[in-house]
Design a protein around this ligand. Structure first.
Ligand code: FAD
Ligand code: FMN
Length: 797
């Protein structure tokens, strides 16, 4: 085949050499606009895992790289006058120039033709090519020329960064944070050869402008950075090698995702994008070069599997795109989280977190490295941190400052007003649709009792309604009469008598989402107009039909009805206190009545309860304030909100911060951060812990404690959320349906044995713990490492 690689960066060169190795008969040319030794940037980093991968495909390249790289294990944080270090992170750094020179030399040795100082204007300049690799980097001309086919999605990010170098040597991957009068700067620092270090300086656009860096030339920018990071540089200079760039050399990162990766051009040649041309990953997780190299490997692997002739090109490219899209999306998601962390750290974490917790938050910024990952990397450091966190939690909970041995963050106590929870796990409210006339019966006693025995610190009863018409279904419980109050009191007393869990109630009014069938008879489907359980009239902030064409229409609630509903909430609150609940939550989420006031999607009122967010919050705040006034002062109140409507024009996470601030000012102790269910047009992004970023943002920016909820399904998730300070409590719903003793089970799974079981169940504890310990030992004994058996190109079959 005749193959042309446009662009001699890591992607183009590595593909060329691997493909030539696969079959020396291919005629392969790499065309590069720069000279062989002329390149931007300083060092790049890979993980040890990337090196292992490369070794399988070309030992010579790998040996040459390994001979030139700097290897280090430690990450060091320099922050607020402290230096904190943890180990086991395993990176290699190499100069970009050195890497390219190794790849160039290997290409030449294998017979790849390299053309330097040759600018390519169009892929059509190579009419004989069977295959054209467009590895022409982030500003790819080829991608732009066929933008209608490749459909690139390019997002320019708000931070500014400058890629500098220095001869000051650092023995760890170092993150240096410096506060200025206008905001925070951070430097990402790593040594990449015997006498040079990469020094990337980053800050938000507003901070950059405030310092006049938008008008500074490169010399002035470098001088500014030298002054700012003088303590770390210890007299060494910073250097730039991006003089070919016009202007100041401060860049904005561009995140690129392409819908289509390949096409057939007017000459009949196949053109495929590779590396930064088709996807970018922020330097916050240092994966750009890895992705470029792994693209090259995958394309060669596909030729190896399907056949390396022109006839096979279409199926090879199709499969290449399928496989690489998924993998790059995964890395891009992780890089996105890490990038966002650096974009917001100045406003969200730097001033809020103490250095110890800041370090933990930094290390887990991509949300790919979990608590147990950190334990594997550096057990000593993690246990020290656990001890630090546990000591603080004990003091905050009114105990003594001594954690006898490291306590996982999930099992630290939490105190709010007079209530101390024994740990951070909450059984999230879950409607059971099993009440009769709004009365919680034996079903609820067994259901909630079992969960209270299961180890969670706080157990929520399901959404309970202040009036019959406030129910979602005829099976929902209520608190509009004393019989209901006595029924709840029986359950609360049982929980208090037999367990050390606390029990909470959630009060809510279903609004436009009421008068529906029990979930198993058709979730959200309306009740019939006639029959034993007929439809009832619905109220909402404004007229709406939750399921268009299906739900019963709700009409706008009048001012008089708003007062009535508020009085009903107050009466229910008094009954909740009489029933003995430890905790009260007001449901302002999921499109129910109070949520319908908050979201602009469901509130079109023209009175003082519609319009601005301040107006839309007015009624929910009135209800909350009236409830708070009658709810005992020594007991906590939380508010559940939908922190994101997931619909354009709806509530955003930034609005959620304002909502949280307003409830905090009204006396709320915690915000329970759910999302969505306001509009059927929602397009949520699901994933593990997918709503936790809302809890994190609200906690740091509004300065109020939060409950994280949603796809939190392992102790490892809870530990990382609590340890990083992303939330104060973690609510777990569906896993508690499958296993009432979820908390006890997870404790045993992670080997935490200092936890109380109900005395009646104690004989099961050592057995469960031994079972998990055995499983762990078996896992550890299994052979690890190695790669799938597929042969490397050129290797004997
Ligand atoms: C500040 C910063 C730090 C980074 N740190 C890391 C890191 O630590 N680890 C990591 O893995 N990645 C890092 N990256 C990303 C990494 O540099 C890229 O992801 C990687 O180089 C992509 O390789 P590529 O071959 O796709 O593109 P490039 O390396 O950009 O190569 C494209 C090549 O094509 C050439 N070219 C472009 N257009 C033409 C044309 N029309 N004609 C001829 N030649 C052309 C260019 O001159 C260039 O040599 C960093 C990036 C930045 C900006
Ligand atoms: C069966 C069921 C009933 C639910 N009922 C309620 C409820 O009454 N009030 C509420 O705020 N959320 C309710 N939810 C939402 C959960 O509290 C929780 O926010 C959601 O399930 C996400 O958590 P998970 O991923 O741990 O399941 C319910 C969820 C389920 C599965």
């Amino acid at each position: 085949m005749r193959i042309v690689c446009i662009g001699g960066g890591p992607a183009g060169l590595y593909f060329a050499l691997l493909m030539k190795k696969l079959n020396p008969a291919h005629h392969i040319t790499v065309v590069e606009r720069n000279k062989p030794y002329d390149t931007f940037g300083w060092g790049v980093v890979f993980s040890d895992a990337t090196m292992e991968h490369m070794r399988r495909w070309d030992v010579e390249t790998c040996d040459a790289i390994e001979g030139s790289f700097s290897h280090w294990d430690d990450i060091e944080l320099r922050f607020k006058g402290r230096r904190i270090r943890s180990g086991g992170h395993g990176f290699v750094g190499i100069g970009r120039k050195r890497l390219l020179n190794i790849l160039q030399a290997r290409c030449e040795a294998l017979g790849v033709e390299l053309q330097f100082e040759a600018e390519v204007d169009s892929d059509l300049a190579y009419p004989d090519a069977d295959l054209i690799i467009a590895a022409d980097g982030v500003n790819s001309r080829i991608r732009t020329a066929y933008a209608d086919v490749f459909k690139p999605d390019i997002v320019t990010r708000p931070n500014r960064f400058i890629w500098l170098g220095t001869h000051k040597l650092f023995d760890a991957f170092t993150f240096d944070f410096q506060r200025t009068e206008h905001g925070w700067f951070q430097a990402h620092v790593y040594k990449f050869d015997a006498n040079t270090t990469t020094f990337i300086v980053e800050c938000p656009e507003s901070v950059w402008q405030a310092h006049g860096l938008d008008t500074a030339d490169q010399e002035a920018s470098v001088a500014f950075c030298e002054r700012l990071f003088a303590e770390s540089l210890e007299g060494e200079r910073l250097m730039t090698n991006a003089r070919h760039l016009r202007g100041s050399a401060w860049l904005n990162f561009q995140r690129i995702v392409c819908e289509q990766w390949w096409l057939r051009n007017a000459n009949g040649s196949h053109v495929v994008l590779m590396g930064d041309a088709v996807h970018t990953a922020h330097f916050a997780i240092g994966a750009g070069t890895k992705l470029a190299l792994e693209d090259a490997i995958e394309l060669v692997r596909q030729f190896q599997q399907h056949g390396d002739t022109p006839a096979h090109i279409p199926e090879v490219l199709k499969r290449f795109q399928e496989l690489r899209r998924v993998e790059t999306m995964r890395i891009q998601n992780a890089a996105w989280n890490a990038m966002e962390w650096f974009e917001v750290c100045g406003t969200r974490y730097c001033d809020q977190l103490e250095p110890e917790q800041f370090m933990y938050s930094l290390l887990t910024r991509s949300q790919r490295i979990s608590h147990e990952n950190l334990r594997l990397r550096d057990k000593g450091w993690l246990e020290g941190y656990e001890q630090w966190l546990a000591a603080r939690a004990l003091v905050a909970a009114g105990g003594v400052e001594a954690a006898p041995s490291p306590v996982p963050p999930m099992f630290t106590p939490y105190r709010v007003r007079s209530v101390t929870l024994k740990n951070r796990v909450v059984v999230s409210p879950m409607a059971q649709y099993s009440a009769v006339d709004g009365i919680a019966g034996d079903y609820h006693l067994v259901h909630l009792g079992a969960r209270a025995m299961g180890g969670a610190g706080l157990v929520f009863a399901e959404m309970t309604c202040p009036s019959p018409d406030a129910r979602i279904t005829p099976g929902c419980p209520g608190l509009w009469n004393d019989e209901q109050m006595h029924a709840w009191r029986r359950i609360v007393q049982w929980v208090h008598e037999h367990t050390d869990a606390r029990i909470a109630i959630q009060l809510g009014h279903s609004g436009a989402k009421g008068s529906t069938r029990r979930a198993w008879d058709g979730e959200d489907l309306p009740l019939p107009d006639v029959g034993p359980e007929p439809n009832w009239p619905l109220l909402s902030a404004s007229p709406q039909q939750y399921l268009p064409g299906v739900s019963h229409p709700a009409r706008e609630i009048t001012r008089a009805e708003m007062d009535e509903v508020r009085a009903e909430f107050v009466a229910a609150t008094i009954r909740a206190a009489a029933a003995g609940f430890d905790w009260l939550e007001l449901h302002c989420a999921h499109g129910y009545l109070l949520s319908s006031f908050i979201s602009p999607l469901t509130n079109q009122r023209t009175d003082e309860y519609g319009g601005s967010l301040e107006n839309r919050l007015r009624y929910p705040l009135k209800v909350f304030t009236a409830m708070r006034a009658v709810w005992p002062d020594h007991l906590p109140m939380s508010v559940r909100i939908s922190a994101h409507d997931w619909v354009a024009g709806g509530i955003t996470p930034a609005d959620a911060v304002e909502i949280a601030r307003a409830f905090k000012a009204a006396g709320a102790d915690l915000i329970d951060c759910s999302s969505g269910q306001v509009s059927k047009r929602q397009k949520p992004t699901y994933g593990r812990m997918f709503q936790t970023p809302f809890a994190d943002r609200i906690r740091q920016e509004a300065g109020i404690a939060t409950i994280a909820v949603g796809a939190i399904s392992e102790a490892d998730h809870v530990n990382s959320i609590i340890a990083a300070g992303r939330a104060d409590l973690c609510a777990v719903a569906r896993p508690h349906l499958a296993n009432p003793a979820w908390t006890l089970t997870e404790a045993a799974r992670i080997g935490f044995t200092a936890i109380n079981w109900p005395p009646q169940y104690r004989s099961a504890k050592p057995q469960l713990e031994a079972g998990f310990a055995r499983e762990k030992a078996q896992q550890a004994a299994k052979p690890t490492g190695g790669f799938p058996a597929a042969p490397a190109p050129g290797a004997p079959a």
